[in-house]
Design a protein around this ligand. Structure first.
Ligand SMILES: C[S@@+](CC[C@H](N)C(=O)[O-])C[C@H]1O[C@@H](n2cnc3c(N)ncnc32)[C@H](O)[C@@H]1O
Length: 355
């Protein structure tokens, strides 16, 4: 029996391979068809440079439960003691402030506790903490969180800034803005102004304004895909990747424009697609020749050693596309038991040279 017929018997939607996956040329005869699962698995194997056989297992594991104690709510030692007394089994994560792996409670149990209700801790995946650690916000700075809702990273930025200075937390989605406002209030954030609007206009309205900008961009979300749920790929398709790439390019240009000379921009996504990651960063570097891409420094620290096997350098060539060779300095997180799939790049706007 031909492979395509075998698949047909199993049922499921068929997709003719387009875009980055060309039809095999080594055989004459009818076009070969693939299921959406086939396409996703081949694509991930190619991006992560791993055998296809490993991909399903990789996207079928849940990341450990991690929490961040909230210094804006109370003294973190007191919060730790209170959670310890309640029986939480907590292991410190050295590279991220006030962060712990909780091994005996899952996220939904933790979300129902009085301590969570009071904003004493935040439940957050480790990948989602990386961009804020890389941004390294300081008290007194002016920071833009360009795509902020529902506010996981805003609350962390505010904690690092000790509620001093100013954060502008922007998002274009009204219902998500409501969640952002609720999160800001629950987690005792006081230094943040919420803005609703398209982030791609901020660069023009506030050029050279922010000390630091976080662009945690909308994306195709491959890092969040969990293959054990029913229909895990229902929101994933190649067309979405292409649409996202266009939005991301507009946003990154605006983010860079809004940055003060000497300022830092962190670009992050929860997807693995090179066109949404290295492709977008290359677009910025081509447009602004003075923009500098830097390493995510702390990833080289000893504190990060345990997590280093889950980190790879940026890709410079993929599926016929070539990206700026400097994008090698960016970082991709391989999905695993500690972290979800993620991408992060650090860009610095140089200081203006004296004449
Ligand atoms: C990855 S989510 C952000 C998650 C958030 N940073 C956090 O940590 O909780 C991307 C967000 O971008 C917002 N978004 C999409 N297009 C946008 C645009 N053009 N301008 C501003 N926000 C946008 C979406 O509404 C969504 O909330």
């Amino acid at each position: 029996m031909k492979k395509s017929n075998k698949r047909k018997e199993k049922g499921g939607k068929r997709h003719k391979v387009r875009s980055n996956f060309k039809r095999s040329r080594d055989q004459q005869g009818p076009a070969k068809f693939y299921t959406k699962d086939d396409i996703f698995i081949s694509r991930m194997a190619s991006i992560l440079r791993m055998p296809k056989g490993k991909i399903k297992g990789m996207f079928s594991q849940r990341a450990v439960t991690t929490i961040r104690l909230n210094p804006l709510a109370s003294n973190v030692n007191k919060i730790y003691k209170r959670l310890d007394d309640k029986g939480l089994d907590m292991k410190k994560v050295d590279w991220s402030p006030n962060t712990f792996i909780v091994s005996n409670k899952d996220k939904s149990e933790l979300g129902k506790t009085e301590e969570y209700e009071k904003g004493l801790f935040y439940i957050q995946n480790l990948s989602s903490m990386l961009p804020v650690v890389a941004l390294d916000p300081k008290p007194g700075e002016i920071v833009l969180d360009m795509c902020a809702a529902p506010g996981s990273k805003t609350t962390f930025i505010a904690a690092e800034m000790e509620n001093q200075g100013e954060i502008v937390a922007n998002d274009e989605n009204f219902s998500r803005i409501k969640s952002l406002e609720q999160v800001i209030s629950q987690f005792h954030v006081k230094n943040t102004k919420v803005r609703i609007g398209d982030g791609s206009t901020i660069g023009k309205s506030q050029p050279n304004y922010y000390d630091k900008v976080l662009l945690d961009a909308p994306c195709s979300g491959e890092g969040l895909i969990y293959l054990r749920t029913p229909k895990p790929l229902r929101f994933w398709n190649i067309k979405k990747i292409k649409i996202m790439e266009k939005v991301q390019k507009k946003l990154i240009v605006s983010a860079y424009d809004s940055l003060k000379p000497g300022g830092i921009l962190i670009y992050s996504t929860c997807t693995l697609e090179p066109d949404e990651n290295e492709g977008v960063v290359s677009y910025l570097l081509d447009k602004f020749k003075d923009a500098k891409l830097e390493d995510i420094g702390f990833i080289k620290d000893e504190k990060f050693e345990e997590y280093r096997p889950f980190v790879t350098n940026g890709i410079t060539k993929w599926s016929g596309n070539e990206y700026n060779p400097i994008t090698k300095k960016s970082t991709r997180i391989i999905p695993g038991k500690h972290m979800q799939g993620f991408y992060i790049a650090k860009i610095v706007k140089p200081l203006i040279k004296e004449a």
